[in-house]
Ligand binder design. Structure first.
Ligand SMILES: [Zn+2]
Length: 259
């Protein structure tokens, strides 16, 4: 497994992006927050002290040698709106509501927070653009992966065949049981492909978000996809899982930057 480590901070890194793309999905190790957020919690919306979250964020950026002020993040709302980050974002200002961020500016560090939802990391080495997207079940039904590739085509002139996508640590099919009304939305959206996404086990329906997002990307023409295969709920020692920890947990961070 391609993990990097700086002091006590440990992070997953896709090894198939080119060398000028810095990427890391931080595990929960190496931060300052106590239970139930132990320890590198990067979200202020889960009850943790904002001062500790700020300290954790600075630790994470420093671990990768990125200036904490280079951040551009978003307020996640399970939608398909896209933000094009042309410059870093002041954390004192209002946060844009979006689940997809792109940049072509090496001075910007894209940053997003997760606990079971799927991190999608994008790079087009021809057009020098990177992106991070957030695809939970709702975002996946609404087509976050598809909207991301469309945005790359329209804004940057990307060809899907050039685009490289990493599917990061998130809840795996074994741990992701869903209600019938959720399954029905996937059947509507994916048609016959839903048989590859929904699995019935002992009368219960399980959802495979990794395959759902990979299928959407492939339909858009993306050929280079790497799935980390790491289930957050299987590895609570390393990751936050909203599902497995009954909502009492933190959020881990994903960071991406052009260097
Ligand atoms: Zn699992």
């Amino acid at each position: 497994m391609p993990f990097g480590q700086t002091d006590a901070l440990r992070y997953y890194q896709f090894d198939f992006f080119s060398n000028n793309v810095l990427n890391a999905v931080f595990t929960r190790h190496g931060g300052v927050s106590p239970e139930p957020w132990t320890s590198l919690n990067l979200s202020v919306s889960v009850g943790d002290d904002p001062a500790r979250v700020a300290e954790n964020r600075i630790l994470a950026f420093n671990a990768l040698g990125r200036n904490p002020a280079s951040i551009h993040d978003a307020w996640l709302v399970h939608g398909t709106d896209v933000v094009h980050a042309e410059a870093p974002r002041s954390l004192d200002g209002p946060t844009q509501k979006a689940d997809i961020i792109f940049t072509s500016n090496p001075r910007v560090s894209l940053f997003m927070r997760f606990a079971d939802c799927v991190p999608l990391l994008f790079h087009d080495p021809k057009r020098h653009v990177i992106g991070i997207a957030h695809a939970g079940w709702m975002g996946t039904v609404r087509g976050v992966a598809e909207a991301s590739i469309k945005a790359m085509q329209e804004r940057y002139g990307s060809k899907p065949g050039d685009v490289v996508v990493g599917i990061g640590p998130s809840i795996g099919v074994d741990h992701y049981e869903v209600r019938e009304e959720v399954a029905a939305q996937f059947r509507d959206r994916f048609g016959a492909d839903s048989e590859r996404i929904l699995q019935t086990r002992e009368g219960r329906i399980h959802l495979d978000l990794w395959t759902a997002n990979a299928l959407q990307l492939q339909k858009m023409g993306v050929e280079q996809i790497q799935i980390s295969g790491l289930c957050t709920a299987c590895h609570l020692e390393d990751w936050y899982s909203h599902r497995a920890e009954n909502g009492k947990t933190g959020r881990f961070g994903a960071l991406m930057a052009l260097t």
